[in-house]
Design a protein around this ligand. Structure first.
Ligand code: NAG
Ligand code: NAG
Ligand code: NAG
Ligand code: NAG
Ligand code: NAG
Ligand code: NAG
Ligand code: NAG
Ligand code: NAG
Ligand code: NAG
Length: 840
């Protein structure tokens, strides 16, 4: 079988589309080629010989007719011949109507297409390039493109057809094919779309963008020279990221301007398969190009071979910016930047490129082709007018102004500033989605991530970029700021932008306030939360872990946690926040939320609460216990290392027992004692879904451990029970090793390392090995056999209290807090938002 669409060909990249030559020349399967035979077939008789040959062909996988010309009657005869060949896959019918009248062509196309439809041909490739059939040609193939015969189409080549308004028809056909295929239980997965030189303009581009977004299967989009302007490019740009397998993007000789280029840059980060990006002669200008280059050098594009930014009126500085990073990040990927506006800096730039040994990689072209010093961008949009027709432009200029005015916090001039560190990511369910789900997937998750960029967003201006990114993506569903630090001014700016993001589902705002004053943090958190309420989000996940905001931090999320926007909350992560007494506030808010939801006829679906290392102690634990007992939908509760003593742990056990869906439980490193363990042992039979239970370092003692093991051996889903550090002694250890090994015939692990097996350690380890090895007894060095004898539980509790206090006074839990004024200002000093000199 021939592999025309396969990537095994060296990628040949031409204006006809990538792989065009390979697809035309490399045939290993059956078929017929009449390439360039210059047949001029008018009548049936004229076509008879050719038709006979077609009919006689035993296995017609491809039929190439390029370079001949056929009329209506001849077309009918060929159509008849096609009826003998339902196996046809490649209809290579470019340049087939030279000298024909425009209105002759649609009937010919229609008769040939009808034959294929009638006999159930399923084409893989249809090539009608270089047939100047104009808009009505689109009508000629409309029925075919919407029919089952097109469901398997992978490649559609319509280069240089003068489609014009016909572009919208073609785009709508693609959508229809998608829906019809889905209805028939199939997936219409077009990979290659080529339609250069067709005057598609903005309406065609917008319609195609809609289709591409829905299809999600495109690997090549080659649409150079179509008079597409900013609006069309922006629409197309928005569709790109839905097609995660894109290899070739060729928008050469359309008009992106800065905004179109920005929009493209936002999509690029998701296109890890990209091989060719051709934006030559697209007027991306300095700032648009900067955005694109910033994304290219900051993300992984392992397959990228060619980036064409020639003819974009670029000043030298834009290229200088990437000289230091290009090769490091993109290897030998070719960067073409001929015919730009380097002016007097051409020689200088050329020298630097030579010094860095990049002359093979970065193509500056011939100095005589350089178009002189490019102007700086102030008058960018006014300048747009050195192009083509001016009616549509006036419209778009007005829109330019209006668009950003409607978004209060975004100054369009700020877009570039941020792109240095921006990472935009769309999760990619689209290509694999079954047909029925494809439409839903098209509106799927969209992540805006600034993860771990260590940026200091202090004042409003620092957050311009983040705000602009949000404004450009009001559809954002996931917003990650973790690993930066946010001040009040910057927080305000981001909050304003968030107000326009109603689809937000996930906020990962953990570790976001390093070096902040404790009094600042609640103000910022509160403002961000208010913005989400205003936007009317239905949040699924909120992660504020590792922000040492202390008790008053709890108050800052109170309003949000009690609002309608939290009804949908599934995950609340507040690990290591120094909540202390604030834990009661948080727990009570959850209780209030639950009551409000019930009153509103809804039911909460809170699945995950993570609040380790917060000094919840007894009051916090009891408050959470009450809340989760009422909510009842928990699947994970993590409250390790919280200084919770027995009454608190007992309370938690009662609350947990009312959450039959519980899967992961960590009570580790609290002072539950054997009473706490007994209470949990009572709860375990209710938790048939439980997968892991961590009671390490809880002083469960022999009594508690034995009860927990007795209950746990019966839990069908359990994978791990952790009883390390329980002060378990040898006789009972022996019993539970036997209980576990005999009670569970599966892979589930019981961890009893770091206990008090003392002299018996070796014997018990051997026993555990002998019985199947699913009990981890740990290392003898870790066994605490040397610890002194059995003290009263009360005393042990006191001992642990002391330990807790020690930790606290060491500042272990609150390490980020208590920052004094001096530190704060020092940190801030001269910290730059991004490195202007080029290293992104
Ligand atoms: C034709 O295809 C075969 C395998 O599909 C490949 O090995 C060969 O190099 C190709 N020839 C050309 C001229 O592309
Ligand atoms: C790159 O863009 C320029 C300007 O549009 C164009 O002339 C050239 O053919 C394009 N492609 C390559 C491979 O240079
Ligand atoms: C640059 O262009 C000029 C004039 O078109 C030509 O004479 C010269 O040879 C070209 N130089 C190179 C390096 O291509
Ligand atoms: C361009 O617009 C101006 C002002 O609206 C008008 O006078 C002129 O005729 C237009 N030119 C073309 C070529 O449409
Ligand atoms: C937030 O990001 C951190 C770091 O990537 C990750 O470990 C954590 O799981 C994330 N939180 C959520 C709720 O996804
Ligand atoms: C058991 O608990 C100890 C101490 O908390 C921890 O280091 C270990 O990773 C845990 N093991 C498992 C399997 O959960
Ligand atoms: C059991 O816990 C110890 C620490 O107490 C840990 O080192 C070990 O990896 C755990 N065993 C398993 C099987 O996870
Ligand atoms: C450890 O076990 C031994 C005997 O098995 C016992 O005498 C001793 O009191 C235990 N120590 C602790 C800390 O439980
Ligand atoms: C608003 C903005 O960022 N403008 C920039 C566009 O690009 C030029 C040249 O790189 C800069 O000087 C401007 O500051």
């Amino acid at each position: 079988m021939l592999l025309l669409c396969s990537t095994t060909f060296p990628l040949l990249y031409t204006a006809q589309g990538a792989n065009y030559v390979a697809s035309v020349m490399n045939r290993t399967a059956g078929g017929l080629s009449f390439l360039d035979r210059q047949f001029k077939l008018n009548t049936r008789e004229d076509a008879e010989e050719l038709a006979k040959e077609i009919e006689a062909c035993p296995d017609l996988i491809y039929l190439e007719l390029r370079g001949n010309t056929i009329g209506i009657e001849a077309g009918k005869r060929i159509a008849e011949a096609l009826e003998k060949h339902p196996e046809l896959k490649y209809a290579l019918w470019s340049d087939l109507f030279t000298g024909r009248l425009k209105n002759e062509i649609p009937p010919i196309l229609r008769s040939m297409c009808s034959s294929m439809m009638r006999v159930g041909t399923h084409l893989t490739e249809l090539d009608l390039s270089d047939n100047a059939f104009g808009p009505i040609g689109a009508e000629g193939i409309q029925d075919f493109l919407c029919s089952p015969s097109a469901f398997d189409l992978k490649t559609l080549r319509l280069n240089n057809n003068g489609l014009g308004a016909g572009g919208v028809i073609i785009a709508n056909c693609l959508l229809t094919a998608h829906h019809n295929a889905a209805a028939a239980g199939k997936r219409f997965a077009l990979k290659t779309f080529v339609a250069g030189r067709n005057r598609l303009e903005d309406p065609g581009a917008v319609a195609l963008a809609r289709a591409f977004k829905t299809l999600g299967s495109l690997e090549e989009i080659t649409i150079p020279q179509n008079g597409i302007r900013k609006d069309g490019i922006e629409a197309l740009a928005g569709s790109l990221r839905f097609n995660a397998n894109l290899r070739v993007i060729n928008f050469n000789d359309n008009t992106c301007t800065r905004n179109g280029a920005m929009a493209i840059s936002f999509s690029l980060g998701d296109l890890a398969q990209l091989e060719v990006l051709d934006l030559g002669d697209c007027l991306c200008r300095a700032n648009g190009t900067t955005a694109i280059l910033a994304v290219l050098v900051s993300r992984q594009f392992p397959k990228l071979r060619e980036v064409n930014l020639s003819g974009n009126e670029l000043p030298a500085v834009v290229i200088k910016h990437v000289l230091s990073t290009w090769q490091k990040r993109l290897g030998s990927t070719k960067l073409r930047v001929t015919n730009n506006g380097f002016g007097g800096e051409f020689t200088d730039l050329a020298e630097e490129i030579e010094q860095r040994g990049l002359e093979e990689i970065i193509d500056l072209g011939n100095e005589s082709d350089d178009e002189g010093t490019a102007s700086e961008e102030e008058d960018d949009d006014a300048e747009e007018s050195d192009e083509e027709d001016n009616t549509s432009r006036q419209g778009s200029e007005e829109e330019d102004k209006g668009e950003y005015q409607s978004l209060p916090c975004v100054d369009k001039h700020d877009l570039t500033a941020a792109l240095a560190g921006l990472s935009v990511h769309r999760a990619t369910p689209a290509p694999a989605a079954p047909p029925a789900a494809a439409a839903a997937a098209a509106a799927g998750p969209f992540e805006l991530s600034f993860l771990d960029q260590q940026q200091k967003f202090e004042v409003e201006a620092d957050a311009k970029g983040v705000a602009a990114a949000l404004a450009a993506h009001p559809e954002v569903t996931s917003f990650v700021l973790r690993g930066n630090t946010l001040g009040i001014g910057a927080g305000e700016r981001i909050a304003q932008a968030l107000e326009h993001c109603p689809n937000l589902k996930e906020c990962n705002w953990s570790d976001l306030f390093t070096g902040r004053l404790r009094s600042e943090i609640p103000i910022i958190v509160k403002r961000l939360c208010a913005a989400m309420i205003k936007a009317g989000v239905q949040l699924r996940s909120l992660d504020l872990s590792d922000n040492a905001f202390g008790p008053i931090g709890a108050e800052s999320i109170q309003e949000f946690l009690e609002s309608d926007s939290a009804f949908s909350l599934e995950e609340l992560r507040l690990n290591n926040c120094g909540l202390g007494a604030g834990a009661v506030t948080v727990a009570n808010s959850l209780l209030t939320l639950n009551n409000r939801a019930i009153a509103a006829g809804r039911r909460l679906n809170l699945k995950v609460i993570v609040a380790g290392r917060n000094r919840l102690e007894i009051p916090g634990a009891l408050a959470f216990a009450k809340a989760i007992g009422e909510i009842g939908t928990l699947e994970e509760l993590t409250v390790h290392q919280n200084g919770i003593h027995r009454p608190g742990v007992i309370g938690l056990a009662e609350g947990v027992a009312k959450n039959p869906g519980m899967k992961r439980l960590s009570i580790a490193d609290n002072v539950g004692g054997w009473e706490g363990a007994l209470e949990f042992a009572k709860a375990l039979p209710n938790l048939q879904q439980l997968e892991s239970a961590d009671f390490s370092d809880c002083l469960s003692k022999d009594k508690g451990c034995k009860a927990l093991v007795q209950a746990a051996v019966r839990l069908p889903q359990l994978r791990v029970l952790n009883l390390s550090g329980s002060e378990l002694t040898a006789p009972v250890a022996e019993q539970i090793v036997k209980l576990w090994s005999r009670g569970r015939g599966d892979e589930a692990i019981l961890n009893i390392s770091t206990n008090n097996l003392s002299d018996e350690f070796g014997r018990i380890r051997d026993l555990a090995d002998e019985l199947g090895g699913q009990v981890d007894v740990g290392e003898s060095d870790d066994d605490c056999g040397s610890l002194s004898g059995s003290e009263a539980d009360e005393e042990e509790d006191i001992e642990h209290e002391n330990v807790d206090e020690d930790e606290a006074s060491e500042g272990k839990m609150y390490s980020d807090e208590e920052v004094d004024e001096e530190d704060y200002y020092e940190d801030e000093e001269e910290e730059e938002y991004y490195d202007d000199e080029g290293e992104w």
